[in-house]
Design a protein around this ligand. Sequence first.
Ligand SMILES: [Zn+2]
Ligand SMILES: [Zn+2]
Length: 331
Amino acid sequence: MNGREHRLFIVTASVVPLVGTAAAMVLLWNRVFGPGDLVALAVMYTVAGIGISTGYHRLLAHRSFRTYRPVHDALAVAGTIAGQGPAITWVAHHRRHHRVADRDGDPHSPYFQGERTRTAVLRGLWHAHLGWLLDERLTSDPVRYCPDLVRDRHLRWISRHFVSLLLAGLAAPAVLGFLLTGGPAGAATGFVWGGLVRLFLLNHTTYAVNSIGHVYGRRRFSTADESRNIGWLAIPTFGDSFHNNHHAFPRAAGHGMRWYEADLSGLFILALARANLAWDVITIDRARQDARAAGLVRAGSGRHAPLTPPVPLAERPRSREPDPGDAGDIE
Ligand SMILES: [Zn+2]
Ligand SMILES: [Zn+2]
């Protein structure tokens, strides 16, 4: 898919759900809404949300755990129906983001303007949220950023057929609505709520992690970027909004690091592990978290060396992207 086709896809996958959500509001105003619609919305939001958070993000982009092939492929398909593009493209952009977060070359940093005026902040937020996806020159070479995925025959197939899979993901709530209500009206409203409204809500909560999650929120770890933890987005993003925790430990399977940091995706991975469907789950013990929060990194066996104090963005020299051979892609 070239840049122009990708932009056309993103525009369609943004505008159609927006129109569908407006239609849903009209239906709601006229009290055309039943329990079947709520079930279709909840089920489809959960499937696609786990697909993005557990599948695309933690499994494919960061290799936070390993699993059997059918589970691996099912998670990739579940992520595909979220309408955020082919798995391989999504992962290439995301790994590039981690390599150069909030520096030159980051595909979706809200600081690309380099200024801190109110207008620049708003333009930066828009760019990091959705604007970056509308740039047809946007390319993150999959061979450079995710050769492991490019080599995977199943993922190549899933990525190539992403539009068909997305359409199947829109048909599923219509079928569900029909089965729950026994009529074509239920199928139509199931499609609107479980298909279009679900796309609208999930896409914007995911995109908010890239935009708001690099501007507003709390920082537990002094990472070299501007990532933030946003508690109020935890449930709708399945835990991905603990974005500062994630930038500090990109390969950790769990993004919530305290009992009160609700991380549904992390719990889902633990449940998979309990059921012997996942293994090599990457966890970070509390001592390592505390050392990182205190500005220390592990250097050798048990010794700790201080981190270089982070330089504020405004004072940071403009840097070149690192070589593809560096180890910064998934950790
Ligand atoms: Zn980030
Ligand atoms: Zn990530």
